[in-house]
Design a protein around this ligand. Structure first.
Ligand SMILES: [Zn+2]
Length: 109
């Protein structure tokens, strides 16, 4: 079972206490952008076999949204952090690099 620690209230929550919100760190494009950019924002998502960044809501707890970095193959969690960030914090990237040498941000295997 996937267990994530909410970065706001510190509770270790099981997957059933959370609500998944899809991919984190999407670049948002509005209707005034090009058709390709808007289509990409609406429909194109990463589907990596490995490190992935996701949005989660602590639905049965504090109710806040946060981000989680985890491996989609092993369910290993590298860390959780505030949803108010535009990219993963350096400590999360360092934790991933320590366990997945050669990995880089926006480089999905
Ligand atoms: Zn919480």
């Amino acid at each position: 079972m996937l267990i994530l620690t909410c970065p706001y209230c510190g509770v270790k929550a099981e997957e059933t206490e959370l609500h998944g919100g899809g991919e984190a760190h999407l670049t948002r494009f509005g209707p005034e952008s090009s058709d390709e950019a808007f289509e990409g924002y609406l429909f194109q998502r990463e589907n990596p076999k490995g490190v992935h960044f996701e949005r989660w809501r602590h639905a049965q707890g504090c109710g806040k949204w946060f981000h989680a970095a985890r491996c989609t193959v092993t369910l290993e969690v590298f860390g959780t952090y505030s949803a108010q960030t535009s990219e993963p914090p350096q400590n999360i990237r360092d934790a991933i690099s320590a366990k997945r040498p050669g990995w880089t941000w926006r480089s999905f295997a």
